[in-house]
Write a protein that binds this ligand. Structure first.
Ligand SMILES: *Cc1c(COP(=O)(O)O)cnc(C)c1O
Length: 865
């Protein structure tokens, strides 16, 4: 029985006309009032802000519905070519503020809430971040769907609705501790369940041949164990344009079919337990950034995403266009963008659906697949490229494994034709890695099955062509292209920095909200002293707000132990062992590194510099000192021991530095727990200096670097990822550049001699001496030995020591520059002015121009079709 018939179809109804809801303060207030008192049934004794938040969110959601329907009607009516953005992660953060901004509801809601004596900022804080991603890759997907809606492109995001998102991070005695993030516990008003669109996904079983009605030999996948997958739709509003696109997230549930054998054998409990394992597939997000865990459950998640999404698209096709099984124009109308290798099983799954379910020939199916799939690579780190063991695949997805073998056989024949006799090349390019346990190279499957392969910054795309994917580039040079990442200026400027947005608009108009390159009109204002003063005031207010956020996050931690208290002078102090103790304020340079904790991102290099600053203070070298607040934030993968050790080191250094009276007013160090999107919104607006100090050639692009630049921070950076393009846009006078290039890194690697570098550099020797004398771990002997060893190891892949002397130099320049307040402000303005390129609107326009080729679609009203 088709699943759709499980839901009774609606009787012919004519109640679907809707009239626009009032967007003025009065109407908003009436709706908020009605939701609170009637829909949610609360009364004057209700103390929980949760209900007030929900009442407000429902009122805003109603105003999204109209555009959502009009957008849907336009897509139904015009049947435009569409793109489906497949991503295992969508790091959305909070929705309320963004929806209000994009709908232009901020003014009326402020007024409406004022009437009730409510504060919007406080209410917005009630919303739990949707943390369905690890870091940059997931946040990129979120920025992209925002830009697609703003550009009115018919793009649907497909992802998984994890019950538990990215873990919550606590810091316990300086160590990271992970807590589950049950983000749905308090409900999610932004999603609509669509049970009528449930699909079925197969696992296990085996394949068999049969003859179809035309006596063709065919294959089918039988005796499978299935799960049902239910979509939840989330509205994605464009910026003040009526378009509301859809993010569709899949949740797995058990089928209603019990295992009858078990049931009859009396194992009712056992057959119900089977239901549990099915529900588990979309239970939890894997918290590994830039590495794959290789777990069976992860492969199941990937297959659920690919299979459910493709089935959804193909079903729509059959209903609307195909009149059955005509796929002649399918590839003209549909495009799938794979966000990294994670969903690349989609290549084989589309083949399966077309051949096994719609009886297309191999050649016809392959032609469609390879003209609809496009693949974005996100990393050069080999540990991030998943390889699934052939054994596991054959067991879990037997039909898919057969298809992959067939794809490989035909592909290798093509390679052999191009390079006769080059067996080494065949082995290198094979989708199956043969040494030891056979493994499927999923990235290669993605390349072979796609018509476009792109990297995410110029350097990264070039390194892909020269290194990781060299053989494939030689075979198909035209497939390869670059799409430098971007970020949405709605969330990352207008939303997170309303005061700066207001100042910008007051001076250059609001054209920048539609074309971010208009920010360059700010450049001449660097000579306007009054403008510079206003610019500084905004930054100062934002820095104050960040200080409050920092204090609040430590207060909740310390509240339990009763450690923190505000002294009579208004200074914050603590009596707890690792609590917060800051001695610098808004006048200090806010020097920030927030991102996932990973060795290649080199938080370690930053800590070494902090130790160096401390060492200088201890030696009395404090003439013309620039006070600093060094802020760290970020999560380590729970199984990544070295990254967790680095968090511990940061916290121990912070403790010693902050409590040493010698540093008072000169240097404070903070590790802000639980870094996430909503935290970044406060941090990006407040930073002076943005630390982008990865080993050159390792950070594919970075997007945190762009958020900081857009909000007027200066970059302290290596020539890596999009830093290179940031430098190009803003110019060397407004950027603190240091360190080896990607080429120099690889050239040095065989002769790398960190002990020599340390011995040759007095500052460095002193830093290492402090570390090695257990200065920061007096009562915790040996805990930093691994870190010390890796710094001194000639095999350190991240070559931290190589860049230390240059880093210290560049930091000295930055500190000096900060003392010239006017010059710093000018550089800050110029960074914002030059950040236009890094709008994800530009990135998406390029994806569309080169890969998707979609036509923008205007939403239409009911009556217009
Ligand atoms: C932007 C962002 C990232 C990516 O930061 P990078 O510095 O590019 O690694 C990660 N996490 C969150 C919460 C972000 O907002």
């Amino acid at each position: 029985m088709p699943i759709r018939t499980l839901i009774k179809s609606q009787p012919k109804a004519n109640f679907t006309d809707i009239r626009p809801l009032g967007k003025d303060a009065k109407n908003m207030a009436a709706d908020i009032h009605r939701y609170f008192n009637y829909t949610l049934g609360r009364d004057k004794y209700c103390k929980s802000a949760h209900y007030t938040y929900n009442a407000l969110a429902l009122a805003v959601r109603d105003r999204l519905m109209e555009g959502w329907k009009k957008t849907h009607y336009a897509y139904r009516g015009e049947s435009p070519r569409q793109t489906f953005y497949l991503s295992m992660e969508f790091l959305m953060g909070r929705t309320l503020g963004n929806a209000m901004l994009n709908l232009g509801l901020e003014e009326p809601i402020h007024k409406a809430l004022h009437k009730f004596g409510l504060d919007l900022e406080e209410l917005a804080e009630v919303e739990h971040d949707a943390g369905l991603g690890n870091g940059g890759l997931g946040r990129l997907a979120a920025c992209f769907i925002d830009s697609c809606a703003t550009l009115q492109l018919p793009v649907i995001g497909y992802g998984l609705r994890y019950e538990y998102g990215m873990f919550r991070q606590r810091i316990d005695n300086g160590y990271q501790a992970e807590e589950p993030d049950h983000w749905l516990r308090a409900g999610n008003v932004w999603e609509l369940e669509r049970p009528e669109l449930t699909v079925r996904v197969h696992f296990y079983g085996h394949t068999e041949t049969y003859a179809d009605h035309a006596h063709h030999r065919r294959l089918r996948w039988v005796e499978t164990q299935d799960v049902l997958v239910v979509p939840y739709d989330i509205p994605v509003p464009g910026y003040r344009n009526d378009t509301v696109n859809t993010l569709r997230l899949w949740k797995t549930v058990a089928t209603d079919e019990f295992d009858l054998n078990e049931f009859n054998a009396g194992d009712y409990a056992g057959s119900v337990a089977g239901k549990n394992s099915a529900e588990n597939i979309s239970m939890v997000l894997y918290p590994n950034d830039a590495s794959e865990c290789g777990k069976e459950l992860r492969l199941r998640q990937q297959y659920v995403l690919a299979s459910a999404s493709l089935q959804d698209v193909v079903r729509k096709w059959v209903i609307r266009h195909g009149h059955g099984e005509d796929f002649t124009h399918f590839a003209e109308q549909n495009c799938f963008q794979l966000n990294d290798t994670h969903p690349s099983i989609a290549v084989a799954e589309l083949m399966r659906i077309l051949m096994d379910e719609h009886l297309l020939s191999w050649d016809a199916a392959w032609k469609i697949t390879t003209s609809t799939m496009a693949y974005t690579n996100h990393t050069l780190l080999p540990e991030a490229l998943e390889k699934w063991s052939v054994g596991l695949m054959r067991y879990l997805l037997p039909r898919l494994m057969e298809i992959i073998f067939e794809i490989n056989a035909r592909f290798l024949a093509e390679v052999a034709q191009n390079w006769p006799g080059d067996s080494e090349r065949l082995a290198r390019m094979s989708l199956i890695e043969e040494d030891g346990d056979q493994k499927v190279r999923m990235a290669y499957l993605a390349i072979v099955g796609s018509y476009s392969v792109n990297g995410v910054a110029e350097l990264h795309s070039n390194l892909l062509k020269q290194g990781l994917f060299k053989d494939f580039y030689e075979l198909w040079p035209d497939k390869f292209n670059n799409k430098t990442n971007g970020i949405t200026p709605r969330r990352w400027l207008g939303g997170c920095n309303p005061k700066l947005a207001e100042l910008i608009t007051a001076n250059i108009g609001d054209g920048w909200t539609h074309d971010l390159t208009e920010l360059k009109k700010l450049a001449p204002l660097v000579d306007d002293a009054a403008f510079r003063e206003r610019w500084r005031t905004v930054k100062r207010v934002n820095k104050q707000r960040l200080l409050e956020t920092i204090h609040a996050s430590f207060e909740t931690v310390d509240a339990a132990s009763g450690a923190s208290a505000r002294s009579s002078s208004g200074e914050w102090e603590d009596s707890g062992s690792l609590g917060l103790h800051l001695t610098v304020g808004v006048d200090a340079m806010f020097d920030v590194q927030v991102k996932r904790i990973h060795e290649y991102k080199r938080q370690l290099l930053n800590v070494l510099h902090v130790i160096h600053l401390y060492d200088r203070i201890k030696h009395g070298e404090i003439a013309n000192w620039t006070p600093r607040l060094v802020l760290f934030g970020g999560k380590a993968a729970p199984g990544y021991a070295m990254a967790k050790k680095i968090i511990k080191l940061i916290n121990n250094v912070a403790h010693i530095v902050n409590h040493d009276p010698a540093t008072a007013g000169l240097l404070s160090v903070v590790f802000l727990p639980n870094y996430r999107v909503s935290a970044m919104e406060v941090i990006a607006a407040a930073a002076d200096l943005s630390e982008q100090i990865s080993t050159a050639g390792k950070e594919a692009s970075g997007t945190g670097n762009m958020k900081f630049m857009m909000n007027g921070a200066l970059t302290m950076g290596t020539l890596d990822g999009a830093n290179i393009e940031i430098l190009e846009e803003v110019g060397g006078d407004n950027f603190f550049l240091f360190g080896l290039t990607a080429q120099q890194v690889e050239k040095l690697r065989p002769h790398y001699d960190p002990r020599h570098i340390i011995a040759d550099d007095d500052d460095f020797s002193r830093v290492m001496h402090l570390l090695e004398s257990s200065y920061f771990n007096q009562f915790e002997p040996g805990i930093f030995d691994d870190i010390i060893n890796v710094i001194k190891s000639p095999k350190d892949p991240w070559m931290t020591a190589a860049d230390f002397p240059a880093y210290v130099q560049a930091q000295r320049h930055a500190a000096e520059a900060f003392l010239d307040v006017d010059r710093w402000t000018q550089m800050s303005i110029l960074n914002c002015a030059a950040s236009g390129k890094f709008s994800s609107d530009r990135t998406i326009a390029e994806y569309n121009r080169d890969i998707w080729k979609l036509t923008p679609v205007k939403p239409v009203g009911d009556q217009e079709i």
